[in-house]
Design a protein around this ligand. Sequence first.
Ligand code: SER
Length: 306
Amino acid sequence: MEKSLIIGAAGQIGTELVSQLRSRRGKNNIIAVDLRIDNLSSPCFELDAMNETALRDLVLKEGISEIYHLVAMLSVTGEKAPQKAWDLNMKTLFSVLDLAKEGLIKRIFWPSSIAVFGPSTPKIQTPQYCSMDPTTAYGISKLAGELWCQYYFKNYGVDVRSLRYPGLISWKTMPGGGTTDYAIDIFHSASRREEFISFLEPDTRLPMMYMDDAVRATIEIMEAESDAIRIRSSYNLAAVDFTPSELGIAIKKIKPEFEMSYSPDSRQAIAKSWPSSIDDTQAKLDWGWKSRYNFLSIVKLMTDKI
Ligand code: SER
């Protein structure tokens, strides 16, 4: 069995991806690394992904053949330190791409995002190929990263696979500094019986996905035959789309005491620059993608679990 390395394993996606991969492929074949490993179970190591030498040593020592690179500064955190976001997001990507270029690893997963789109992008059912003018440091780094992935595939044969995740909704781990985080925070407020103050306007529609769908998409694209992966920048990926107001109404149906109000801040401008819904036809055609969780099932699961 091949060994996989998950970088950024303690984050929102990593936590759930590690446990799914371990139950599929065996615990010892999935190595989890992050800056802090208090919440990870072994095999796991403390690793700063910016330390290229430490990363390379670990890959060689553990005989890693596949890397899931989940390290990133997201849209909101990235705006507080744009240069740092660019450095982190790009340097760590190049380290991993170069390991594959040298033949040390066989396959890479690298997440992209709806943040690659911008104000000139068609908003509804955003197509795979269209105008892209990201406004955030995060979005710029993801768009550049997508193009570098494609470059490494075309010029060096690097088997890199990528998805443009929508906002990801999960209850096991809190998200870290994104614009779509409101759609998780709202469930925590509802469970504490606190009023939720939305930092987005009521009718801001964004594409979203339940974490189980996102993890399954990740595993499916990585387990697909290489020939099936015809897009080597990043695939559009979709499940549901909704607004803060629609989400509030759905929660109130389950918890009638729930109240929310609106106080939009700088995150509104980021959300406004992103698509409302995504066309993921190409992922469906190429490697058989299909989402399973709809809006109501997500709201039900989130209210039950939190
Ligand atoms: N969830 C991310 C963010 O809001 C988008 O990929 O930054």
